[in-house]
Design a binder for this molecule. Structure first.
Ligand SMILES: Cc1cc2nc3c(=O)[nH]c(=O)nc-3n(C[C@H](O)[C@H](O)[C@H](O)COP(=O)(O)O)c2cc1C
Length: 182
């Protein structure tokens, strides 16, 4: 079961540097794209920034629809994460190819990915192109996480309830434990 996360804590879902599967929708077509260039970008309102290559279908769909969902995968779908980062939705239906399935979103059109731990529904409020990627800034409209995975921050208790972190190429990592400072 997934529980709602107050948007004030939702930015901690993308800490520290998690991998995301971005879902997008345009005119009834759906796509899913792997991203690791992802960060919080504002507290009030809650904003996230993601750097997207303009040659991707993800870019095209976000630009046209103004919406995206950040889905946060675990090690259980690591190979699907690579497939969604190697193939383009211009050439193949990545849902069909990977077996990832869609779950009904709350307030935007792009779907959640059922097999993911958490979902942040975002509406684009700004876009910049400082170099060869476009930075989309999205306002988080709704966020949820798998029960037992997140309490004001990732709990990191069980293997299956930890996000993935990208080390480059096809290397990933999971964090060991949450440590509390006084
Ligand atoms: C682990 C991983 C992380 C990636 N991170 C990003 C990213 O942050 N931004 C980006 O534009 N592409 C990133 N990519 C590449 C895209 O996922 C890739 O170009 C994809 O094929 C685009 O698919 P699309 O055309 O269906 O949107 C990443 C790929 C992998 C495997």
């Amino acid at each position: 079961m997934k529980v709602q996360i107050p948007t004030e804590y939702s930015l901690r879902l993308v800490l520290p540097g998690v991998v995301g599967l971005i879902t997008t929708e345009y005119r009834g077509r759906y796509n899913v794209t792997t991203v690791s260039w992802l960060m919080p970008a504002g507290r009030e309102p809650p904003l996230v920034a993601v750097a997207i290559n303009p040659s991707t279908l993800c870019y095209e769909f976000i630009k046209r629809s103004g919406e995206f969902v950040i889905n946060i995968p675990t090690r259980d779908v690591i190979n699907q994460v690579m497939t969604c980062g190697r193939l383009s939705g211009n050439d193949v239906d990545k849902f069909q190819r990977t077996g990832l399935t869609m779950e009904e979103p709350k307030v935007v059109r792009p779907p959640w990915i059922e097999q993911c731990l958490a979902h942040l529904e975002c509406a684009v409020v700004n876009a910049y192109q400082p170099g060869d990627h476009v930075i989309f800034v999205g306002q988080v409209a709704w966020a949820v996480a798998e029960e037992g995975s997140f309490e004001e921050g990732w709990l990191l208790k069980e293997k299956e309830l930890k996000p993935l972190h990208h080390l480059g190429a096809n290397w990933f990592a999971a964090l060991e434990e949450r440590i509390e400072a006084t």
